[in-house]
Design a protein around this ligand. Structure first.
Ligand code: HEC
Length: 292
């Protein structure tokens, strides 16, 4: 009896320890958000969200157009090669279209037989050339600020909030079962649509712009999107929200080009495990039938 009682109390102590650890983790996370002054980020509905999520091809194509015509002036996309734009699961441009696109760029190659680097037309196997040679050149041109490469930006950012510990635990309980993974996309969309006039009592540093979504609210990037700036061929609206939505979806694909394959495989694996579980259950009943 006593032994039993003892082991229960150790169990309780252990559980308490674990809970304390989890609480400390959650607290640490909120503290980190607080330091960055994270803003509230609205959730958007994305076609690629959820267990069965798929990219909208037309949206990815428009998003690439926005990237190419606007963002590419300052931001690289070095992890995407031209040929990826024609692969299944992405924007799925035609192979000829992508070849033509690649050829419209000049890329550095070499060294040649004389040991010199030389310029040639791009090929589908080339990575999309970045606007700057390196971070130093980018900073020199951008007044000291660094426009990051956008290949993985929707993975590198999230929609963190200054929520209380309990709210954080609450959102974890909701987001883990629903498989919420679009925090990065929600943040990039909020950033692109988040420019506004600063509050009266706020003084912006020189060359900075007020942005509701950016941690600290002062960003060096000038508002990149203006209404009517890009002409869409499929008749989609030329609003800032539409451009932002499209380019964000495109960047979400760039950061996770195998998303569709991954989700399809996930569903199959779960199905397989369910069927196996049923079979194992009946096998167990049969094997133990005589003992019962
Ligand atoms: C004129 C140059 C310029 C253009 C055009 C531009 N950006 Fe930026 N961008 C910047 C600079 C500079 C920064 C760094 C800002 C900072 O650190 O304050 C930045 C930062 C960012 C960030 C990172 C914000 C963060 O959380 O750190 C994202 C995302 C971004 N830009 C997306 C875009 C997208 C998408 C486009 C096209 C619609 C675009 N930018 C167009 C200059 C530009």
């Amino acid at each position: 009896m006593r032994g039993n009682f003892k082991s229960t109390s150790t169990l309780v102590a252990r559980t308490k320890g674990l809970m304390g650890g989890a609480l400390a983790l959650a607290l640490g996370a909120t503290a980190a958000f607080a330091a960055g002054e994270a803003a509230h980020i609205d959730r958007q509905s994305w076609s690629f969200a959820g267990v069965n999520g798929r990219f909208d091809r037309a949206q990815l194509q428009r998003g690439f157009q926005v990237y190419k015509e606007v963002c590419a002036t300052c931001h690289g996309l070095k992890r995407i090669n031209f040929r990826n734009l024609a692969e299944p699961g992405g924007p799925e441009f035609s192979a000829e279209g992508v070849k033509g696109l690649a050829e419209s760029y000049r890329v550095e190659d070499g060294p040649n037989d004389q040991g010199k680097m030389f310029q040639r037309a791009g090929r589908p196997s080339d990575p999309i050339p970045s606007p700057y040679k390196n971070e130093q050149e980018a900073r020199a041109v951008q007044n000291g600020a660094y426009p990051p490469d956008l290949s993985l930006i929707t993975k590198a950012r999230s929609a963190g909030e200054n929520a209380s510990v309990f709210a954080t635990i609450g959102s974890m309980l909701r987001d883990i079962p629903s498989g919420y993974q679009e925090g990065g996309a929600d943040y990039v969309y909020a950033l692109l649509t988040g420019y506004a006039n600063p509050p009266a009592d706020m003084k912006l540093a020189q060359g900075m712009n007020y942005n509701q979504a950016f941690p600290g609210h002062q960003i060096a990037m000038v508002p990149p999107l203006q209404p009517g700036q890009i002409k869409y061929e499929d008749g989609s609206q030329g609003t800032v929200e539409q451009y932002a939505k499209d380019v964000t979806a495109f960047l979400a694909w760039a950061g996770d080009p195998k998303l569709e394959e991954r989700k399809r495989m996930g569903v199959l694996v779960i199905l397989y495990l369910l069927i196996t579980a049923v079979l194992v259950y009946f096998a167990k009943r049969r094997l133990w039938a005589k003992v019962h």
